[in-house]
Design a protein around this ligand. Structure first.
Ligand SMILES: [Zn+2]
Length: 520
């Protein structure tokens, strides 16, 4: 009789775990596979098998948790709510958990992580809370105490470990899916991203020489999510940059490589002396800004994005910082244009100081694209109508994205017009590119190739060309070269004609062949 009761309890326990597993498979695992393109029955069976493998992994987790009701009451709701969030962002935004996504989320910069707070998301999380509470209630009320609970706990954990190590493909498949992906990527994030420490200024070792000019304006524009191949100056078939196309004193560098694919990690790399051999400099050294200050430049940072703590140090290095949209922080989903930078730029350029460095941190081509496109730049139609990527067609997403480039082109026209009669140079470099459906990827912060080729171009005034003809000649000569974003630190010092020994000619886009050979 007692044995029969035990057996009944065991069966009920297995049913309980099994039903929860099915829901987990539906809510947490299925979103990873549902949009995978398959054109035949074989492909569908393979997908189903993958789904089954990852769902089995969740079965062992729930099986272990449910052994002790207190353990279940504490851990299961956390497991369930996190799983619901992971499933939701995968379903709604085609976003998966990566160390970069975690980093971006923890620093509260990744715009998309804010956009998650939609009504649907709130309902979904509320549902997860209710569902998990009911499961806990059910566990207390209807699942009788098991014989030898610890055996179930150990069995669950052991089977999970064996299962994950049967075959590398099972391990890899699970590693990228819930709940293993959360642990795996969190571990990668913690071990590979260092905290910001006290920064030291690299010694520029200035070689004194007579400055060829007293008055010079250097503008550095940090673009956002702008991929090189969608600019018509780089051969894109659509007229996304009609104004830049007409500019004769403009040189595009279409072959720039960005190792990092999201703002928080990319900016410290671009602004400091960090390069592929010395990545830690991004967290240890100051940017080029203090060197400009030392050379008598007045430095201003005009921000059209929030300051994340990975790059706020650089904003603080400037003499002045201006936030164009301080109210556009979290949860605001509203028009947010780069043209709003212009009055601040105009004002800054009026300053009497003859040597100026102005850094413009733009919102550029960040999702949700339409929010950054003023009416006059909405020329490619139809555009997206839904914040959730998957609820728009590819055509709509690309139209909206291309409109952001058209808006950037209009913005550039005004910036250049302000500087046309001065001794001035403008360097534009986007922090990274953007995926537009390549290999099923959208937006950025993933590892797609299209995200690693940011747009970059340089404009110079006629006065600048008269004073520095050799720099301009070298600029044209180097335009088809491949550079990593490492080039910026060295090149901006050269653009400002700061004769620093610290400049690596290899990374200096204004450097001639002779100068490179001389330094080697
Ligand atoms: Zn970015």
């Amino acid at each position: 009789m007692e044995n029969k009761n035990h057996l009944k309890a065991e069966v009920r326990y297995l049913c309980f775990v099994g039903i929860l597993t099915l829901f987990a498979g539906l809510f947490f695992v299925a979103p990873d596979f549902i949009d995978n393109p398959t054109d035949d029955i074989r492909g569908k069976i393979i997908l189903l098998a993958y789904w089954g493998i990852v769902t089995t992994c969740n079965f062992f987790v729930i099986y272990s948790l449910a052994a002790y009701k207190t353990l279940f009451a504490i851990v299961f709701p956390i497991y369930w709510i996190l799983g619901s969030i992971v499933g939701y962002i995968r379903y709604a935004y085609s976003a998966t958990i990566t160390p970069m996504l975690l980093d971006a989320t923890f620093h509260n910069d990744f715009q998309t992580s804010r956009d998650l707070i939609t009504t649907t998301a709130i309902f979904w999380i509320a549902f997860a809370i209710i569902f998990s509470s009911l499961a806990v209630f059910f566990r207390y009320k209807y699942i009788s105490t098991l014989n030898k609970k610890y055996i179930h706990l150990l069995l669950g954990i052991t089977l999970l470990l064996i299962f994950l190590n049967i075959h590398p493909r099972i391990n890899n498949g699970c590693q990228q899916r819930y709940p293993y992906n959360l642990i795996y990527n969190l571990h990668t994030y913690v071990t590979s991203y260092k905290a910001v420490s006290q920064r030291t200024m690299p010694n520029p070792d200035i070689k004194r020489e007579i400055a060829r000019t007293d008055s010079l304006t250097v503008v550095f524009i940090l673009g956002e999510s702008l991929r090189s191949d969608h600019l018509s100056i780089n051969g894109y078939t659509r007229e996304t940059t009609p104004f830049l196309n007409k500019e004769t004193r403009l040189v595009s560098f279409p072959h720039i490589y960005s190792e990092y694919t999201y703002t928080n990690r990319s900016l410290p790399h671009i602004l400091t002396r960090a390069d592929s051999a010395n990545i830690d400099r991004a967290f240890q050294e100051t940017s080029f800004i203090p060197i400009f200050k030392q050379e008598g430049f007045k430095c201003t940072w005009i921000a059209n994005q929030d300051a994340a703590n990975t790059y706020i140090d650089f904003i603080n290095e400037c003499d002045t910082s201006i936030y164009v949209h301080p109210e556009k922080t979290v949860y605001v989903f509203d028009n947010w244009y780069d043209k709003d930078i212009l009055p601040h730029l105009k004002n800054t350029l009026k300053d009497d100081c003859p040597r100026k460095l102005v850094i413009l941190h733009t919102i550029g081509s960040h999702w949700y694209y339409n929010n950054h496109v003023p009416k006059e730049a909405e020329i490619f139609l139809p555009v997206t109508t839904n914040r959730e990527v998957h609820r728009n067609t590819a055509e709509e997403i690309i139209n909206s994205y291309d409109n952001t480039i058209y808006a950037t082109d209009l913005f550039m026209k005004d910036v250049i017009d302000y500087l046309r009669n001065d001794n001035a140079i403008v360097l534009f470099l986007a922090d990274h590119g953007e995926a537009l459906g390549e290999e099923g990827d959208w937006l950025h912060a993933s590892d797609n190739k299209s995200i690693k080729n940011p747009a970059c171009f340089i404009w110079y005034s006629s006065k600048y060309e008269e004073i520095f003809p050799e720099k301009i000649q070298a600029l044209h000569d180097n335009a088809q070269q491949q550079y990593r974003t490492d080039f910026l630190f060295h090149s901006i010092l050269e653009a400002a004609h700061i004769p620093a020994s610290i400049i690596s000619e290899e990374l200096n886009i204004f450097s001639s062949n002779e100068e490179r050979e001389l330094q080697q």
